[in-house]
Write a protein that binds this ligand. Structure first.
Ligand code: ATP
Ligand code: MG
Length: 566
């Protein structure tokens, strides 16, 4: 491609609304433009990157026997009513009506459509396993679209769905997809980690996220320093600490804490670390109130609480209800003598506190030396988020915290959809049986952003070779010198002939701005051709990934490029 023909409107200034590197560089490099919040145009450079990602995905999925389909984006409400999700899916689902008043939505995911397709035509165990996938635009009316392509409302996803005769067979399909995902993300040149993930409402199932390691990632994870354990902190288990010798704790004492409601304030006022305080949250779970106790320096994991209580939804109770039902003034709630809650549930760490400080259920007062079991009764469970430094739940190692960008998700579904929508087959004995499913997503457009988060510097993008829109950029530095222009043209033709994706910067620009744009767009190999070098039969080759520069004889350049791209 010639730069004079390429539609890549680069910008010198960083766009004001872009906070993360990938968003800034995609806009500055002329890859994307915003049409509306969370909705972007992909320009030619971005489109090339997306094609490269898609190609890797297709090759790896086709290799394990998945078959590509293309399903409608507009989906009728009826099938969502059958699965029970029309009512369940909140405002993220963009609903619309056609001219006859028929209700539809824009597909945020395609379980309903695929199940409807398969249940109509697949009847026999002989046709299974079946794994169908597509690469397609999804729409989710995200409450907070952010960071450019990272969390869009309209985005590109690869979604795959497996259908099997049994749980064992479905788990085999799952493992096969897991392995394919490892190959896909490795080929994309990403530093990633597969972590155990929350499997939502479907209990006892298996789910892993593939996370690209990046400080700007929205997801928090922990991984063991010793064994292979890694999990999203939504999911990460925190083992109960070993019970120590029961300490003898003096009896409860009331301390005045005027106006000190938060853990920080009480901790500063009493000169005690937050780890000596007990936080009491009044929580509403399916309309019942519970008191939830946590150590002051720990955070409640609502997913764990919901599972522990077997509730569909949990949330902090509102002030009014707390006032009406309990004797706990806001900020001074505590487990001793608390009334109006169904039960007190406490995180394991609270059991290990030898006399903690809790609210007194009196305005402006706390209690010291409070001992679980002696001063109040509670049930104990794992209710908090894992933290850096926690013990590993699988071995004697320690957990480290890190952040990531979720680029893929594999999910064992069981028969949730096939039961609800009657997706059945006749087994070998002729018995009507529900198919066992899995679903598998990859954020194609999010990968483009994640790759940049991981691979960039102050000057621009450093594309992994496999994703670069152009792997080589040729910069003739003096457009007024015939020998320079001719050498550049010859090299351009040679590389193109060899099947290399090459961009020739044939603009009549200063050398400086050609370098700037080349580094911004991020071609892995930048070849600068200048009069002085040519006089010695040499060009300058710069590797974008490392910044390493070297002079290469002009007749060796093709070989050098071929070697480097291998
Ligand atoms: P998240 O927790 O980030 O919202 P999700 O669990 O809703 O993700 P899935 O439904 O599993 O995501 O979708 C499959 C993949 O699609 C995700 O792993 C992610 O890479 C991508 N994805 C999901 N939502 C978005 C979005 N709003 N913008 C871009 N990519 C997305
Ligand atoms: Mg989501």
């Amino acid at each position: 491609m010639r730069m004079t023909r390429l539609h890549a409107p680069t910008l010198k200034e960083t766009p004001k609304d872009a906070e993360v590197a990938s968003h800034q560089l995609l806009v500055r490099g002329g890859f994307i433009r915003k049409l509306a919040a969370g909705i972007y145009d992909y320009l030619p450079l971005a489109n090339r990157v997306l094609h490269k990602i898609e190609r890797i995905v297709r090759e790896e999925l086709d290799a394990v026997g998945c078959q590509e389909v293309r399903l409608p984006m507009v989906q009728p409400a009826e099938i969502w009513e059958e699965s029970g999700r029309w009512g369940f899916y909140g405002p993220e689902l963009l609903r619309l009506k056609d001219r006859r008043g028929g209700e539809f939505c824009l597909g945020p995911t395609h379980e309903e459509v695929i199940v409807d397709l398969v249940r109509r035509d697949v009847r026999s165990w002989r046709a299974l396993p079946l794994n169908l996938y597509q690469i397609q635009t999804k729409f989710r009316d995200e409450i907070r679209p952010r960071a450019g392509l990272m969390r869009g409302r309209e985005f590109l996803m690869k979604d795959a769905y497996s259908f099997d005769v049994s749980e064992a067979a479905a788990l085999e399909s799952y493992d096969q997809m897991y392995a394919a995902y490892e190959r896909i993300f490795a080929r994309c040149g990403l530093d990633f980690r597969a972590v155990e993930a929350d499997s939502g409402a479907i209990g006892g199932s298996r789910s892993h996220e593939f996370q690209v390691l990046a400080e700007t990632g929205e997801d928090a994870m922990v991984a063991c320093t010793h064994c292979g354990y890694a999990a999203n902190i939504e999911q990460a288990e925190v083992p109960a600490p070993a019970a120590g010798e029961p300490a003898s704790v003096p009896s409860v004492e009331t301390v005045a804490t005027p106006g000190k409601r938060s853990i920080e304030d009480v901790s500063a006022f009493l000169g005690l670390p937050a780890a000596k305080l007990v936080k009491t949250l009044i929580v509403e779970a399916d309309d019942e109130l519970y008191a939830v106790l946590l150590r002051g320096d720990h955070e409640l994991n609502e997913i764990k609480l919901r599972k522990h209580l077997g509730a569909a939804v949990v949330s902090l109770a509102d002030e009014k209800r707390v006032k009406q039902q309990t004797n706990a003034p806001i900020g001074f709630a505590g487990p001793v003598g608390l009334t109006g809650v169904k039960a007190i549930v406490a995180d394991h760490a609270v059991a290990g506190l030898d006399g903690g400080v809790t609210g007194a259920n009196l305005v402006d007062a706390h209690l010291a030396n409070v001992q679980a079991g002696r001063d109040y009764q509670a049930t104990f469970a794992d209710l908090r988020f894992a933290q850096d430094g926690d013990a590993c739940p699988r071995c004697s190692g320690e957990l480290r915290a890190f952040r990531g960008i979720e680029v893929g998700h594999v999910f064992y579904l069981g028969t949730k959809y096939s039961d609800a929508m009657r997706c059945m087959f006749l087994d070998e004995e002729g018995k009507d049986t529900a198919m066992v499913m899995g679903c598998y997503g990859i954020g194609i457009s999010r990968i483009m952003a994640a790759a940049i988060e991981q691979h960039h510097d102050d000057n621009g993008i450093r594309w992994p070779i496999a994703l670069a829109p152009y792997t080589v950029a040729i910069l003739p530095l003096q457009m007024n010198k015939d020998d320079v222009v001719q050498a550049a043209e010859r090299l351009y033709e040679t590389l193109r002939g060899a099947g290399v994706d090459v961009l020739l910067d044939d603009r009549k620009e200063r050398a400086g701005s050609k370098f700037n744009d080349a580094e911004l767009i991020g071609s892995p190999i930048i070849i600068a051709i200048g009069g002085r070098g040519l006089a010695n039969g040499e060009v300058e080759v710069k590797l974008r990934a490392t910044g390493e520069k070297r002079d290469v004889a002009i007749d060796q350049v093709s070989a050098f490029v071929a070697e480097h791209l291998r």
